[in-house]
Design a protein around this ligand. Structure first.
Ligand code: KIV
Ligand code: ZN
Length: 502
């Protein structure tokens, strides 16, 4: 059986989704989870794109063990040098360089002919090889490239030392049968193909990214590039959970395995949702809230008699367990830490201390603390940024026939500032008060509330996305009171904007 490598680009292509930008701490948390999940390669960013990207790649390379840490680089010397600087301390590293090859891109965007593009690709693969052996090359917009020329480029970059050649469907244009045939043709036509792994990188513009990737696997591809929850540029990238579970569930067809620990899928999905603020649609395959709910009477009847009548994957396979009560207000720090460890969160002493304080406050208001609640409580650790603003206190009055009013007390530097505002609703009033104190010019792009577990005492989790000067960030907050959770989320986003400016 072949092992298909999983190349995760959540932190690079995934981060290119509007509003999904992550800071270094958040990227590090995602990278740690990707390592737990068992991905083979983490594309941690595009080193030359920004100092933030560079720092995140370097930090991940220094702290995350297991996967190969990779940086993207255009086929340019300065990009490749910067990528190398970012990854060189990682125990296992890779440079991923790319150049467009389709006539559309060469003519209109790069204004170079095919020969020049080929020569530059080869030179830059050689240049990358002078730093590390592990070099990947992508002919961008490969699926709209003349196949004879594409094969020529692939052969030449392998000759120059590329150990992985990635065939991207950059604009999500190709369909599965066509892509399978393309990969087969590359496989059959490129003389030195046995010296490299064929990778595929599919975008989801026609909703075919996973099908295309799987069709490529059936025709010789050995690496799939994908993201958690399928986030990414435009309609997103191929979903890791979809291709991994398809390969696992239909082993009879694929005759292949991956190194993914599938019980970590759900946790990875939730973490990426939490950090990016991009929710998963309820009917999304594998990780959607309804993926394992059976509504029809006939299906329920079948399931009660024998699970396999209507269930092709058990929820446990992806780490979805029946929620059960674990902790309460009498639970101590030790039990708290132990349970967190059991569900995969290994926090430092300082992180445990502050998370435990929040746990106690929640436990005072909510009798039963479920695993999902614990995840929400510790998620504040991930989204922590230097606190330009911190919430000291707040009070809201609202009711039928009364204009809602919110009073918020914030600590800003050494000062404590209080402000009362009226709004269209209690959340609006609180947001207006916070906006007034912080004097923010940002615009609220998205506001989402969700109950983490059932019951009226459930923790409410709020994500709000703010935009300022073409930058957008997502803030998070969790509390049994959704107005307090909203205030926390708004303040968290403001702190991220302030940290970005610094
Ligand atoms: O979609 C694409 O072509 C890319 C390349 C940089 C691999 O993301
Ligand atoms: Zn891409």
């Amino acid at each position: 059986m072949r092992t298909i490598r999983i190349f995760d680009t959540t932190l690079r292509d995934g981060e290119q989704s509007p509003g999904a930008s992550m800071n270094t701490g958040e990227k590090l948390q995602v990278a740690r989870q990707l390592a737990r999940l068992g991905v083979d390669i983490i594309e941690a960013g595009f080193a030359i794109a920004s100092p933030g990207d560079f720092e995140a790649i370097k930090t991940i390379g220094g702290e995350v063990e297991g996967p190969i840490i990779c940086s993207l680089a255009r086929a340019k010397e300065e990009d490749i040098k910067r990528a190398w600087e970012a990854i060189k301390d990682a125990p296992k590293h890779r440079i991923h360089t790319f150049h467009s090859t389709s006539d559309i891109h060469l003519k209109y965007q790069f204004k170079v002919d095919r020969e020049t593009a080929l020569k530059r690709s080869v030179e830059m693969v050689r240049f990358a090889k002078s730093f590390t052996d592990d070099v990947e090359f992508s002919p961008m917009d490969a699926t709209r490239t003349d196949i004879a020329y594409l094969c020529e480029v692939v052969e030449a970059v392998i000759e120059a030392g590329a150990l992985t050649v990635n065939i991207p469907d950059t604009v999500g244009y190709i369909i599965p049968s066509e892509f399978g045939a393309m990969i087969k043709e590359i496989h059959d036509r490129v003389k030195n193909i046995d010296k490299a792994v064929i990778a595929v990188h599919c975008h989801n513009d026609l909703g075919l990214a996973s099908s295309n990737s799987l069709s490529a696997v059936l025709n010789g591809a050995g690496q799939i590039e994908c993201t958690i929850n399928g986030i990414g540029e435009r309609a997103g990238n191929c979903s890791m959970e979809e291709v991994v579970m398809a390969i696992k569930t239909r082993k009879d067809i694929f005759n292949a395995v991956t190194n993914i620990r599938t019980e970590e899928i759900m946790r990875s999905s939730r973490l990426v949702t939490k950090i990016t603020g991009m929710s998963v649609q309820p009917n999304k395959a594998i990780v959607g809230a309804n993926a394992f709910s059976h509504e029809s009477g006939i299906h329920q009847d079948g399931l009660l008699k024998e699970k396999t009548t209507y269930e092709i994957i058990t929820p446990e396979t992806i780490g979805l367990h029946k929620t059960h009560f674990v902790l309460g207000k009498h639970s101590g720090r030790h039990a708290f830490r132990t349970r967190l460890k059991e569900i995969g969160y290994d926090l430092s002493d300082d992180e445990i201390n502050s998370a435990f304080e929040r746990f106690k406050k929640v436990a005072d208001q909510k009798k039963e603390i479920f695993d999902e609640d614990l995840e929400a409580i510790v998620s504040e650790e991930y989204t922590m940024v230097p606190e330009t603003y911190s919430l000291i206190d707040m009070f809201v009055s609202a009711g039928m026939g009364k204009k809602p009013e919110g009073t918020v007390k914030l600590k800003v530097g050494d000062q404590v500032i209080e402000q009362t505002m009226q709004g269209d609703g209690p959340v609006d009033a609180v947001f207006m008060a916070i906006a007034r104190i912080s004097d923010t010019k940002s615009k609220l792009q998205k506001y989402e509330v969700k109950a983490i577990t059932g019951g009226t005492d459930a923790l409410g989790e709020v994500v709000c996305t703010l935009e300022e000067d073409d930058r957008s960030v997502s803030g998070h907050g969790a509390d049994t009171d959704i107005i307090t959770a909203s205030a926390k989320a708004y303040i968290n986003a403001l702190n991220k904007l302030a940290a970005g400016k610094k």
